[in-house]
Design a protein around this ligand. Structure first.
Ligand SMILES: [Zn+2]
Length: 340
């Protein structure tokens, strides 16, 4: 989703407690999916991006700060929330890459997950050393933050065998998906035949008051991609966080532009499960797009968000095992054109 300071804010956003502050116990149901998983949305952390002290995440993120009086400073409220969790079993962040990578490794092995890992070139190199070909590298990009030319980016993609161009996080800088400054980058991705993954949707609660004063919630709207997809019809695109909560706009875009895929992008832990199931996941499935929804945990400084995310999808009783297999693996394998 974003970087360290942003991450710290987000941490608080996505903690998983029920109304009593307890994480819900889950048991494996009859159609629990146990096959291989591709996570389309993991962020690569390093010693430089992990917070210096342990931060405690309680879920769901949407009510991490249940109410707020603007006489206070939101950043202080946010920090306090992460340091004083209200749930009994929060997820704690790691403070060192050594500990973090061990926990990630444990998650990947235990849950049989191959992640698409988004990061800077230098951090991706660190992860490649640590995880080898167990990860699929994705180069992150923010037009305002990363002053990198199209040619330089293209060289990185080719030299380091980068498989995905994303997460494109321009929304945090107040840059719309159809901003003409992105044209040459989209053209490059189309020409290189590399899929792009773009952030459209919810960030951390209170983002504009934390780390992204330029964040524009309205730019979550997937209709803003229409002009882009007319200009670049061969662009392979994953809409991260499925443009949440613009679900009807997402549906009409998936209908009219059949090349669009979406990833769940952590929204499963951002909101209470009942809301996510009923108004988002079930709606996308009911509209007929079960072959274009991809699993995405949005794991960052809290490794166990991966496990939690898988659990939430597996607990969706309206999904068949076949539909879960599509979400967890088949759709991403097709989107990425993985060799069988
Ligand atoms: Zn994101």
């Amino acid at each position: 989703m974003i970087r360290l300071h942003q991450i710290i804010a987000i941490l608080l956003i996505f903690s998983s407690c029920n109304s009593d502050g307890e994480r819900k116990e889950t048991t494996e149901n009859d159609n629990w999916y146990k096959g291989p998983i591709i996570d389309m949305h993991m962020h690569a952390e390093s010693d430089n991006t992990l917070p210096p002290e342990k931060l405690a995440l309680c879920l769901p993120l949407s009510n991490l700060v249940p109410h707020f009086d603007p006489k206070e400073e939101f950043g202080k409220v946010w920090d306090s929330t992460l340091k004083n969790p209200r749930c009994k079993t929060p997820i704690y962040s790691s403070t060192t890459f050594e500990d973090y990578s061990l926990r990630i490794q444990d998650q990947l092995n235990k849950l049989n997950v191959t992640p698409v890992v988004s990061g800077s070139q230098s951090i991706l190199e660190e992860w490649s050393t640590k995880f080898g070909d167990k990860i699929i590298p994705s180069i992150e990009f923010n037009l305002e933050r990363d002053s990198i030319s199209v040619d330089s980016l293209k060289a990185i993609i080719n030299t380091h065998d980068i498989k995905v161009f994303g997460e494109i996080s321009n929304q945090y800088a107040g840059i719309a998906p159809n901003d003409p400054r992105m044209d040459s980058y989209y053209a490059m991705a189309e020409a290189l035949n590399i899929p792009i993954a773009i952030h459209l949707g919810t960030g951390a609660p209170g983002s504009p008051y934390l780390f992204s004063p330029k964040y524009v919630a309205a730019y979550s709207n997937p209709l803003l991609l229409e002009e882009v997809l007319k200009k670049y019809p061969r662009l392979r695109i994953s809409v991260m966080h499925y443009g949440e909560p613009f679900i009807d706009e997402m549906i009409t875009m998936m209908y009219h532009y059949p090349q669009i895929y979406v990833d769940l992008g952590g929204i499963q832990w951002a909101y209470p499960s009942d809301y996510f199931y009923e108004f988002h996941l079930k709606k996308l499935i009911s509209a007929g797009f079960g072959k274009r929804i991809m699993f995405g945990s949005d794991t960052f400084i809290w490794p166990e968000l991966l496990e939690k995310s898988i659990e939430i999808i597996n607990n969706a009783e309206f999904l068949t095992t076949e539909q879960k297999a599509d979400i967890f693996y088949n759709n991403a394998a097709r989107f990425l054109r993985l060799k069988k």
